[in-house]
Design a protein around this ligand. Structure first.
Ligand code: NAP
Ligand code: GDD
Length: 329
């Protein structure tokens, strides 16, 4: 049978890596994009000739059903969400519509159009929030600390519920933070590496950040999309924690990134209370032993390698951008 995948959120960081992986596995890949006045496919440019993009929105059930009718997917990956935690305090209702109820819209459309398709839901370690135990496993209770985290808890449980109610092959991947040179620039990892590159190029003097003490279990996005795919290749649907099993503070990330560029972070980083959150997730740490045992999954890229690759990519991008100016001068 032809393997056909439909990805929501294909224009995002994870969507681009997942599309690459599925194309190399021989899938016909469809992606849902929402209408915008300008095309938003920068992360996909190198893949566009191989993809079929369909216009739909998680807010609009009819468009989701039409996309499923057209793609007739064997696998659906729901990566679309309002994914930036601070924005969820500014737009809590919109976040709930996209990130929580959007999951039900898609699951229900799937139930009606192609109930045999396998379904992946992009759940998050933000659901653990004020952690009840450490490290966190599939059975650790949730205590979300942001409207985003609350919305993801809903998305997780509605996925489990459709599996239990309708026998659908629906999996929830509880993924810890994962980064890459394609990460959005508002997330702390990319904000740091882009900031380092700008300081290195003499474009900025300072980098303004919030809480440097928060700790995250950071991995590389390319490794994590492999885990998503593996979940849908199993005999039975299930939920899995995906992370590296190591935690690092924001300050450690900052120090490594600046040092890699030959800079002293203490001379450039300014603490700005604007970037503190109303409620913080202090520390996250994954126990991904179930994924290791059942999926054979483990991360390939270390924390240090990932930080260095992100810094190098941002410095190289600015060097490329500066070249035409140098020629003109
Ligand atoms: P991202 O870069 O922010 O991408 C989000 C995607 O969702 C974009 O393609 C965006 O489209 C799309 N989207 C947003 N609202 C939509 C709507 N109403 N209808 C259709 N599409 C919509 O996020 P990511 O880092 O790739 O993460 C992918 C998923 O994993 C998200 O659900 C995120 O919450 C979850 N997650 C991420 C991490 C992580 O560390 N990266 C960890 C755990 C879970 P536009 O391009 O049009 O904005
Ligand atoms: N964004 C940002 N900007 N975060 C900062 C800053 C800053 O200037 N300064 C310190 N931080 C701290 C935040 O307070 C937080 O503790 C940590 O850096 C990580 O922030 P983000 O990179 O914005 O990611 P996140 O952990 O809130 O959420 C990401 O990971 C989740 C999985 O745990 C997102 O990708 C979510 O979509 C994802 O579910």
């Amino acid at each position: 049978m032809e393997k056909r995948a439909l990805i929501t959120g294909i224009t995002g960081q994870d969507g681009s890596y997942l599309a690459e992986l599925l194309l190399t596995q021989g899938y016909k890949v469809y992606g849902i994009v929402r209408r915008a006045s300008q095309d938003n496919c920068q992360r996909l440019e190198h893949l566009l000739p191989c993809l079929t993009l369909l216009q739909a929105d998680l807010l609009d059930q009819t468009s989701l059903m039409a996309a499923l009718e057209e793609a007739q997917p064997t696998e659906v990956y729901n990566l679309a969400a309002q994914s930036f935690v601070p924005a969820s305090w500014q737009q809590p209702i919109l976040t709930a519509e996209f990130t929580a109820v959007g999951v039900t819209r898609l699951l229900d459309a799937l139930r009606k159009v192609c109930p045999q398709a396998r379904f992946y839901q992009a759940s998050s370690s933000e659901m653990f929030g004020k952690v009840r135990e450490s490290p966190q496993t599939e059975t650790t209770p949730f205590h979300p600390r942001s409207p985003y985290g609350v919305a993801k808890v809903y998305g997780h449980y509605i996925t489990v519920n459709y599996r239990e109610s309708y026998g659908m092959f629906a999996c929830s991947g509880i993924l810890f933070n994962h980064e890459s040179p394609r990460r959005g620039v508002e997330f702390v990892s990319r904000k740091i590496t882009q900031g380092v590159a700008r300081i290195k190029h003499g474009l900025d003097e300072e980098l303004r950040l919030g809480n440097l003490e928060a700790k995250r279990d950071w991995g590389f996005a390319g490794d994590y999309v492999r885990a998503m795919w593996l979940m849908l290749q199993q005999d039975e649907p299930d939920d899995y924690v995906i992370g590296t099993g190591q935690t690092h503070s924001v300050e450690e990330f900052v120090r490594l990134a600046f040092e890699h560029a030959g800079l002293d972070w203490r001379r450039h980083v300014v603490i700005d209370p604007r970037f503190y959150r109303p409620a913080e997730v202090d520390v996250l740490l994954a126990d991904a032993s179930k994924a290791r045992r059942k999926l054979g999954w483990q991360p390939q890229m270390s924390f240090e390698q990932m930080v260095y690759a992100m810094v190098d990519a941002d410095i190289a991008a600015l060097s490329r951008a500066a070249k035409p100016q140098a020629r003109a001068a």
